[in-house]
Design a protein around this ligand. Structure first.
Ligand code: ADP
Ligand code: MG
Length: 327
């Protein structure tokens, strides 16, 4: 049953009826001045959420694919936002010197001390600064200086970031950490893979997307001596375009190839919807946080797909998504 938004005044005036709805399984999102401030959920949902939190140790996932434009950054933004809305504690780490993730969340001109640089290059602990929590999840932002790592990161330091990230994640009790990896930059992408428990790979149905699967697997083979057990935990189909014959052809190719690999795939995928994604980046908000009444063409459909994707990812990360804990 879909969640329903209700503002504080309507809730106060219609409390008895609202509670009857909740008893029959409906979740209510309470809004005040257009902000979502609380949720009224059936008790079974609360218990599920508590159990899910108790049984889920922190895990770190890098969104990775060498092919630029495959929606790594977009997926980190949307997953972090949605999982945090579901009640999980999430940290997103911008490990791309292009700093798109930081900018799209409203953080340009970030000082060096707030990025991963002091940890990677100067052996400082990793710090989470609360001012970067604008959307319900924490962010370690990036800036252009991250390219320094390519020249300056010395071999003995390669586990510094992995260790510091695990320390800070345990200290803050995150449920999930999502790292936005750089498509270029050998050392930066290596760092993102050394730090992770798994790779989540968004892939688009194009020639580039198809070849990226091979590149990815050889990269993982190279990382495995440094991070044994690292593997792709799932593939997510992105940028689907049912009106393009080539796109549809490569969707088929990718589905077949990924099935051969035996790795879970979010097969329904995310449709290509330029207006929606451009608007979200421009408005510095996740797509799933945009108000439906903004009347952006395709917004509702995009939000539904992204919600399905978040539920799929949760399910794969074994945190009971299929039990319907989403709000
Ligand atoms: N489903 C989609 N439909 C249309 N544009 C998208 C979609 N997903 C992402 N984009 C846009 O495509 C561009 C590349 O996405 P991005 O997340 O930056 O990829 P990557 O991080 O893999 O390079 C961005 O401008 C983004 O807003
Ligand atoms: Mg990116």
């Amino acid at each position: 049953m879909a969640a329903r938004e209700i503002n504080v005044r309507a809730l106060r005036e219609g409390l008895a009826q609202a509670l009857t709805e909740v008893q029959s399984g409906r979740r209510l999102i309470v809004t005040q001045h257009r902000q979502k401030i609380a949720a009224v959920v059936p008790i079974k949902d609360l218990l599920l959420l508590q159990r899910a939190k108790e049984s889920s140790p922190m895990s770190i996932h890098t969104l990775f694919n060498h092919a630029g434009g495959s929606a790594k950054t977009t997926t980190v933004r949307e997953l972090s936002y949605q999982l945090s809305k579901m009640g999980f504690k999430v940290l997103a780490v911008d490990l791309d010197s292009q700093a798109n993730l930081s900018e799209w969340l409203g953080f340009g001109d970030v000082p060096r001390e707030h990025t991963v640089l002091p940890t990677m290059l100067d052996r400082k602990p990793l710090e989470v600064h609360p001012q970067y929590n604008a959307h319900g999840f924490d962010l370690i932002p990036a800036n252009l200086n991250l390219v320094d790592i390519e020249d300056r990161l010395a071999t003995p330091e390669i586990f510094q970031f992995r260790n510091a990230l695990r320390d800070v994640a345990r200290e803050h009790q995150y449920d999930f950490v999502f790292i936005d990896a750089s498509p270029s930059g050998a050392k930066l992408s290596q760092q993102a893979c050394i730090a992770a428990d798994s790779i989540i790979c968004p892939v688009m149905p194009t020639v580039k997307g198809h070849t990226s699967l091979v590149t990815l697997n050889s990269l993982i083979d190279r990382i495995n001596p440094l991070n044994p057990g690292l593997k792709v935990s799932m593939y997510l189909l992105t940028n689907l375009n049912p009106t393009s014959t080539m796109n549809v052809h490569f969707q088929g190719e990718l589905r077949a190839r990924i099935e051969e690999l035996g790795v879970p795939l979010f097969s329904e995928g995310i449709r290509r919807r330029e207006t929606v994604y451009e608007a979200a980046s421009y408005m510095m908000q996740p797509v799933t946080s945009l108000e439906r009444k903004t009347k952006i063409h395709g917004l509702k459909e995009a939000q539904e797909e992204l919600q399905q994707m978040a539920e799929f990812v949760l399910g794969q990360l074994q945190v009971g998504a299929e039990q319907g804990v989403t709000l």
